[in-house]
Design a protein around this ligand. Sequence first.
Ligand SMILES: Cc1cc2nc3c(=O)[nH]c(=O)nc-3n(C[C@H](O)[C@H](O)[C@H](O)COP(=O)(O)OP(=O)(O)OC[C@H]3O[C@@H](n4cnc5c(N)ncnc54)[C@H](O)[C@@H]3O)c2cc1C
Length: 416
Amino acid sequence: MRGYSGWRILKEGLSGNHGWRPAWRTAELRNRYDVVVIGGGGHGLATAYYLAKNHGITNVAVLEKGWIGGGNTGRNTTIIRSNYYYPESLALFELSLGLYEGLSRELNYNIMFSQRGLVVSGHSRHDLEMMTRWVGAMRAHGVDAEMIDVPEIERRVPALNTRSPRGPVWGGFLQRRAGTARHDAVAWGYARAADRLGVDIIQKCAVEGFRKNEHGRVVAVETARGTVEADLVVMSVAGHSSVLAAQAGFSLPISSMALQAFVTEPLKPVLDTVSLSLATGLYVSQSDKGGLVFGAGLDLYNSYAQRGDFATALNVVGALAEQYPSFGRVRLLRQWAGIVDIVHDSSPILGETPVPGLLINCGWGTGGFKAIPAGGWLMAHHVATGRSHEIARPFGYDRFRTGRLIDEAAGAGIAH
Ligand SMILES: Cc1cc2nc3c(=O)[nH]c(=O)nc-3n(C[C@H](O)[C@H](O)[C@H](O)COP(=O)(O)OP(=O)(O)OC[C@H]3O[C@@H](n4cnc5c(N)ncnc54)[C@H](O)[C@@H]3O)c2cc1C
């Protein structure tokens, strides 16, 4: 398969665009692989790609029940940042941000990564105290972050009403290397690159159960299209992790909840950064097509309905209208939800499960898009070496037994 380039676009454009081929094959499902990855979201596809690229393991299948990127990877608001508090989280999310920085070139696929910066505004003395700690922790670990005052916030986010009577802005912080990327492109780019290295991507193939040997080790998965044997199985199914874990015979400390996203009609450029408020949880950016992309808190009950409830939608839209009065009359174009996997310490679960032969990557909750490169890279390392990478080790399932939680809800104030 030929690579993408400016020259190729020109050539195809001049010759009727007949030379393009599908970005990945429609692979035939085989009955045995070295590794089966369940879930064709960003994390599953990145795992398959790094297995092939970094470790030469190419006899790999990604089994996806719907279409690739059709889960949260294709539903999220695309913010990429590494502003966490604990050293363990900073190492993990900084690895991811670093991988994102070279990803378009590495995959030969334009993921439209735009490092437009993230401005977080605080609305009380307590917010500012917490931010000072937070920025200090980031800088101590070599991650870029700086406190900024209200005039600087007004300069960077002119549409934000910093004098709102209900939530005046007291100050904030900036991460310059944060930004956004095109979510589908991340899934498609990894899929195409993994396919080129020999990985089979099988869509419309739901995993419905596990087959174990006499020692309790997973040796195969049962799918809608038959049994597939594997030396090792990795599950990366986000909001559906507890369903599959129950089928494999263990439980997960995960709550599956809906998180909503919203897009407005396109506007001329009005916002060239990502803006987030600690008072309302509202985050907003402007897409390359001009729409305002925004969201805030979860629908606070367990659900598998990917639509979201009206009361939460009203709260989020109300926050936008209050904090950005000039956006108040912009028409909403679309709204949807995805089912996110919430862990009580707001940190992911990576590595071994209680079931031999089955590894897990889940628990990213509302923030796993930015972690896709690191999640895949670290999981591939674990599969290939048989050991958790030192960056992934603190995020093991066993932390719920030992009590060594990485409580980012308390540390960075990330509520979910
Ligand atoms: C509205 C919204 C906004 C968000 N905003 C951000 C953001 O701005 N920044 C950020 O970093 N993160 C954000 N997130 C979170 C982020 O989207 C997720 O953490 C991330 O996409 C998870 O990737 P994944 O590959 O683990 O899961 P997914 O992309 O959900 O992929 C899992 C896949 O598994 C498949 N699957 C499930 N069960 C089975 C089965 N039995 N057999 C086979 N396949 C199965 C699903 O169909 C799905 O395609 C947001 C999420 C939502 C919903």
